[in-house]
Unconditional design. Structure first.
Length: 363
């Protein structure tokens, strides 16, 4: 496994006991208030996930020291960083647009951090050459940013952030500037490098796939507050807000359970495979929905609702059908099935879901 912190980083971690990150980030900006508690252990990658305007970037800037805290605290490896200037913090940042110095070569971009921290020019360049080799970029050491591909520039930016041996690595939408094909390759490389990073890494993204692939734990932020956190599999299986359900591709409802029956808030009932009591969430994938133009006779599905097609759009190799009516929901089906059903906006349909394809859990 590649060592991304080096002997000095390991010695520092052992000396400090490496408790990692312990923060409560409170930032007041007029009508907007960020109040997010965030902890992470050394070696852990935490993703801050949320819609635009949720406060993700504000949180990252607060961690970096670029936005002052209105309240709360920020401790890294047991040291209070609240009043430590940004340039003195053991923090490396990979920005969304990388922000490489255009007049410097890849080698000198990476050497910049060590030089700022007192290393000699020769030592900084030797260290930078080592980092570029680890990133598979040794042959591009003399190239300036404009001569690099998007994926290469991203790796130079990552090497520059890691060259200062940070105890906290911050990544702000690190794959957003890449095209779809390059993004797939670079995501895999980045996961490899993050897996070898021995300190704390915090990733800010709105892309659920980036978060699921790169992070050990997700912290979902909406309107400046944490709404859900946990390992990716748990978040994907048990979403608790409409935003998260949409990200992971599930229909989500809230209601009160009495055994296998869940009475929805202001809606019909759903029969579920799970027997629970009290407030619950019910989720099922759009692929679990079967559509009929006429009310089905003899269907084994326990759930049946009269709906109307509100819209259709391509969704991968299928069509996503948005339905309104007794129960608003999304259904996925093939283009052939949609044609056979003659689906179009305004078309009346019946939607069914088998109880075994639903998942209920405490709200």
């Amino acid at each position: 496994m590649t060592d991304l912190t080096g002997t000095a980083g390991r010695a520092s971690a052992q000396k400090l006991g490496a408790p990692g990150l312990d923060a409560r980030l409170v930032v007041d900006r007029g009508a907007f208030r960020l109040d997010v508690a965030l902890t992470a252990a050394p070696g852990e990658v935490v993703a801050l996930l949320g819609p635009n305007g949720a406060g993700k970037t504000t949180a990252l800037r607060a961690l970096a020291g670029l936005t002052p805290l209105s309240d709360g605290h920020l401790r890294l490896d047991g040291t209070d960083l609240d009043r430590t200037p940004p340039e003195c913090r053991p923090v490396g940042v990979v920005f969304q647009d990388y922000l490489l110095f255009p007049h410097l070569s890849a080698l000198d971009n990476v050497a910049f951090g060590p030089r700022c921290r007192g290393a000699s020019k020769a030592d900084a360049r030797a260290d930078a050459a080592s980092w570029l080799e680890r990133m598979g970029l040794a042959e591009h050491a003399a190239a300036r940013p404009r001569r690099l591909s998007g994926g290469q520039a991203q790796r130079v930016a990552l090497a520059r952030a890691l060259a200062i041996r940070p105890r906290l690595l911050l990544l702000d939408e690190p794959l957003a500037a890449l095209d779809a094909r390059t993004r797939l390759e670079v995501r895999g490389r980045l996961r490899h490098h993050l897996a070898a990073f021995e300190a704390v890494a915090v990733l800010v993204t709105h892309d659920p796939l980036d978060a699921m692939v790169l992070a050990d734990r997700l912290v979902v932020v909406e309107d400046g507050a944490v709404v859900q956190e946990g390992v990716p599999a748990e978040i994907a299986r048990r979403p608790r807000t409409d935003y998260i359900a949409q990200l992971v591709g599930l229909n989500l409802y809230r209601g009160r359970a009495d055994g296998h029956t869940v009475r929805l808030e202001g809606g019909p009932s759903i029969t579920t495979a799970d027997a629970l009591s009290g407030p619950v969430c019910v989720a099922f994938p759009p692929g679990a929905v079967t559509l009929y133009r006429e009310r089905p006779l003899g269907s084994s599905a326990r759930n049946l609702w009269a709906c109307e097609v509100a819209g259709l759009e391509s969704h991968g190799d299928q069509l996503r059908v948005d339905l309104v009516g007794e129960l608003p929901l999304a259904a996925d089906l093939t283009t052939v099935a949609a044609a056979e059903l003659d689906l179009h906006p305004g078309a009346p349909v019946w939607a069914t879901v088998k109880a075994a394809q639903t998942h209920a859990y405490p709200a």
